[in-house]
Design a binder for this molecule. Structure first.
Ligand code: NDP
Length: 292
């Protein structure tokens, strides 16, 4: 069993980005600029946005954070998005999810100019991705594609099972791995809460991508000997031995499943850090469109 070290790969990718930024700034261009809008005081969202801002500092990006109150109206939030759409000093921005229940998240996504949509959630960008055109690929699936590529994990002809069909992880992941591309050409089964016989389907998988949001859901009897496992899940479970009283675990019962696999991502330290690096890479792509 080998650990797919997302944290280490994220550091490598960020070092590569930093070199590009340094070169561009030395040529007289301004630094790349990523902005984030956060609504309300969801603690997890604050942590995720905090990681993104810190990563910006590491690679030499400028970052801006727009903190909006939790009772902001749909109109006011869209006005904020529209102001960022026309700000030439910004290369891309994200609206951190989840949004409060009174906000129509799709309406907000649709108001983002696809050219600034470095999260890759706008239908225009998702459509381009499905067609294999140049675009911003949603950060988590993009990070997983980079992980598979850099660890030279063969996907062509492999049976991949994706568990979870969200618009931001499972669905784009299944499309990307089905495509006729360097990382791709897999036979992909996209599963969800209505899937029958999930255990039987998982047992045949060469590669499992778990994006469910249920702690330790995938257990050892569901996994084939030698399978590759990418665990996207981030779940908080009680742990009285920790000062905080909790710890983070994935969707896969890592302790028992790991030894049966050929490669596996840990949680934390797997997919999460790659999501951040992928977001920076999308922002860099937008920046280069302006300066190259
Ligand atoms: P969603 O809640 O949007 O989607 C969860 C998916 O899991 C749904 O498609 C749901 O099916 C499916 N599901 C739920 N229960 C079962 C079950 N018993 N059997 C099979 N499928 C099931 O989640 P996200 O995709 O946004 O996130 C998934 C996990 O990944 C979360 O833990 C999240 O925190 C984490 N995450 C991590 C990121 C990272 O950077 N590491 C980034 C984004 C998310 P149905 O559609 O039928 O309801």
């Amino acid at each position: 069993m080998k650990i797919l070290d997302g944290k280490a790969l994220s550091i490598t990718l960020q070092e590569e980005i930093k070199i590009q930024v340094t070169k561009s700034v030395a040529q007289g261009h301004r630094a790349p600029h990523l902005a984030a809008i956060i609504v309300g005081d969801n603690p997890a969202s604050r942590v995720y946005v905090g990681h993104k801002i810190k990563a910006c500092e590491r690679v030499g990006f400028k970052s801006s954070l727009f903190q909006e109150p939790k009772d902001i109206t749909q109109e006011a939030l869209i006005a904020r998005v529209e102001a960022l759409n026309v700000d030439p000093s910004i290369d891309g921005f994200i609206v951190q999810l989840p949004l409060p229940n009174h906000i129509d998240a799709l309406g907000v996504t649709l108001s983002i100019d696809p050219d600034n949509d470095v999260d890759g959630f706008h239908p225009m960008n998702l459509g381009k991705m499905a067609l294999g055109l140049e675009t911003y690929i949603p950060a988590t699936p993009y990070g997983i594609m980079l992980l598979l590529e850099r660890y030279a994990i063969e996907t062509s002809g492999k049976d991949v099972v994706v568990v979870g069909r969200s618009n931001i992880v499972g669905t784009p992941m299944s499309i990307l791995l089905s495509r006729n591309a360097k990382v791709g050409n897999a036979t992909v089964t996209l599963t969800h809460s209505r899937t029958k016989n999930l255990s039987e389907i998982l047992k045949k998988a060469d590669i499992i991508i778990a994006a469910i949001g249920r702690a330790n859901f995938i257990t050892t009897e569901m996994v084939k000997e030698g399978a590759v496992i990418i665990d996207v899940g981030i779940n908080s479970v009680e742990d009285p031995t920790r000062k905080s009283g909790y710890r983070l675990v994935g969707d896969v019962d890592f302790e028992n499943v790991a030894e049966k696999t050929s490669f596996i991502t840990p949680v934390p330290g797997g997919v999460g850090p790659l999501t951040v690096a992928a977001l920076l890479m999308n922002t860099m792509k937008s920046y280069y469109k302006k300066f190259n």
